[in-house]
Design a protein around this ligand. Sequence first.
Ligand SMILES: [Zn+2]
Length: 146
Amino acid sequence: MKLSPLEQFICDECGELIEKLEDGWLEWIDDCKNPIHGFRIVHASGASLRRTGGKNCYYPESSDISDMHLDFFSTIDGLAILLSFFERNLGTPKELAEIIRRLHIPHYEEARRYLERASSDGFIDNIDSSQADLKRVIEEYDNDMT
Ligand SMILES: [Zn+2]
């Protein structure tokens, strides 16, 4: 599946395409006891209801969930907030890095589905998310997934 870089995403709940930024939602768990965690990109309510006619893709209703429009987090201001999470040690660096890559590094969202396989195949040595590597991985692995 070809994705428009930085505009289309795969929903972490249903695994289906999020067609445009406005249809997406970023959510995470903030229970005040643990570092924030569980970052997910999912369909916004309107978009998932359109698709399923009833079920949305959000975490189950809870006061521990924080969330925001995906089209905000894809902006420079959204990036600034995610970086401030980093700086204040909110959330694990690994999880924050992953969500920032997905939102701000072109082609990462499409390539990430294949990175583990590409690495274990020896197709790429170090995953540093360079544009050249991400594009190579997509080119090599995209076809046999469809
Ligand atoms: Zn979904």
